[in-house]
Design a protein around this ligand. Structure first.
Ligand SMILES: [Zn+2]
Length: 354
C-alpha cells in the first residue's frame, strides 16, 4: 500500500500529465487495490482519502462517518465494494476538482466610495480601514495563478432605492419596520416593489462617478499581457433602481441574475476565492450564493474589511458551517495549485452537509 507521501508524488506527477486519462485512473485503482480482488474496501478507500486530503503530505483528519458517506455515494451497487467503474466516476467528479481546481479570485466592490467616499467603512461601527485590503489583494493578483480574476462593482442609478436621499420618492408599505423619521441604517419596505426589507445607506457608487471606480491602488490586470494568462470578468450589481443587490450573482430577491455565474461556467471554474468589501454584507452574500450554485468557496479573511465586527464573525461561522474554508491570504497559493487540499471543499462538491 503506498503511503500518503507516495500518493502525493503520484498526484504531482499526474498533474503534469494526463490526469483524466482512463489508463491513469485504472493504474491508480490497481495500486490501491492491495488485496487484488477487483474492488476497494472501506479501509483501502480511507487510505486513499487520507492521501488525497492533505497539506504538503500532512493529512487532514477525516471522521469515519465522512469516509463512509463518500464511500457510499460512489459505491453504485451499495455493497461496500468500490469497483473500477465507481472509481472512474469518483476520479472525475471528486478527485480532479480537488487536485486541480479551476479557480477565480473574486474581488468584491473595492471601490472609492467604500474606502474614502460616502460609504467609507471607516465611518461604520467596526471603524475598519477598507484600504487595508488592497496590499493583500494585490499580492494575490501578483503571485497566484488563478484561472480568472473577477472585479465586481456596486453600480447604482441615481434614483436607487437603497439611498436615504431617495426615501421620499417611494411610498412605504404598511408593514415597513420604519415608517416615520427614517434615517440612515433604518430598514424599510416600499409599497408596490418587491416585498423585501431594504436597509438605507447614504448615496454611493453612482454609475460613472468617481466613487464607483475601483480604488486606484488596486491592480487591474490586462488579459493580453497577464503572465498567468488569466481571464478577467467584470460584474456590475445593483444596477436596477428598485431593487438592491448585495451578492455579485443575484439581486436581493433573486429576480435578476448578473453575468457572473455564466461567465465562470464558460471558463469551467469551480472554486472561488472571495475577498473585498464589505466582508459582512456583499462578500458574505456573494459567498452564500456561490455555495447555493455549487461552487467551492474560500473566504479570505485578511482580504476583507466589514461594517460590524460581530456580523463579520457571524458570517464566517455561517460560511464555515456550509463547508466554506475561512483562509488567510498566505494559504491561498497552495490551495490554488492543489498542494493544500481541503476536505470541506470536496464536501461542497458532493453536497455533503455537516
Ligand atoms: Zn450599494
Amino acid at each position: 500500500m503506498p503511503s500518503s507521501a507516495s500518493l502525493d508524488v503520484f498526484y504531482r506527477y499526474k498533474i503534469q500529465n494526463k490526469l483524466s486519462d482512463s489508463e491513469t485512473i485504472r493504474e491508480y485503482f490497481y495500486t490501491l487495490d492491495a488485496k487484488r480482488n477487483g474492488y476497494l474496501e472501506n479501509s483501502e478507500f480511507r487510505k486513499f482519502l487520507t492521501g488525497l486530503f492533505s497539506n504538503k503530505n500532512k493529512p487532514y483528519p477525516l471522521s469515519n462517518n465522512e469516509v463512509e458517506k463518500i464511500f457510499n455515494i460512489f459505491c453504485e451497487k451499495k455493497n461496500q465494494k468500490l469497483y473500477l467503474n465507481d472509481f472512474n466516476n469518483l476520479w472525475l467528479k471528486f478527485v480532479i476538482p480537488t487536485v486541480r481546481p479551476r479557480t477565480a479570485l473574486v474581488i468584491v466592490d473595492v471601490q472609492n466610495d467604500f474606502i474614502d467616499g460616502t460609504m467609507a467603512i471607516s465611518k461604520c461601527p467596526s471603524g475598519q480601514d477598507g484600504s487595508e485590503v488592497i496590499p493583500c489583494i494585490n499580492e494575490l493578483i501578483r503571485s497566484v495563478p488563478f484561472d480568472a480574476i473577477v472585479y465586481t462593482y456596486d453600480w447604482h442609478p441615481e434614483d436607487h432605492c437603497s439611498f436615504i436621499e431617495n426615501v421620499h420618492k417611494r411610498k412605504l408599505a404598511p408593514n415597513s419596520p420604519t415608517r416615520k423619521n427614517v434615517q440612515v441604517n433604518d430598514i424599510v419596505i416600499f409599497e408596490n416593489y418587491p416585498d423585501i426589507e431594504q436597509k438605507l445607506w447614504p448615496a454611493h457608487c453612482i454609475q460613472g462617478s468617481y466613487g464607483s471606480e475601483l480604488h486606484p491602488d488596486l491592480i487591474l490586470i490586462d488579459e493580453k499581457s497577464d503572465p498567468f494568462r488569466r481571464s478577467v470578468i467584470k460584474t456590475y450589481k445593483g444596477v436596477k433602481s428598485d431593487i438592491d443587490s448585495y451578492s455579485a450573482f443575484f439581486d436581493n430577491c433573486k429576480l435578476n441574475e448578473t453575468n457572473l455565474n455564466s461567465d465562470l461556467k464558460k471558463l469551467g471554474i469551480n472554486e472561488l476565492y472571495v475577498c473585498g468589501l464589505a466582508g459582512d454584507v456583499c462578500v458574505a452574500a456573494t459567498c452564500n450564493d456561490a455555495l447555493d450554485l455549487g461552487y467551492r468557496v474560500v473566504f479570505i479573511e485578511d482580504g476583507c474589511r466589514g461594517i460590524i465586527v460581530e456580523d463579520i464573525e457571524r458570517q464566517k461561522m455561517k460560511l464555515s458551517n456550509r463547508n466554506s474554508v475561512i483562509a488567510r491570504s498566505n494559504q491561498v497559493s497552495n490551495m490554488v495549485t492543489g498542494r493544500d487540499r481541503r476536505p470541506e471543499l470536496a464536501f461542497i462538491t458532493l453536497n455533503l452537509k455537516n
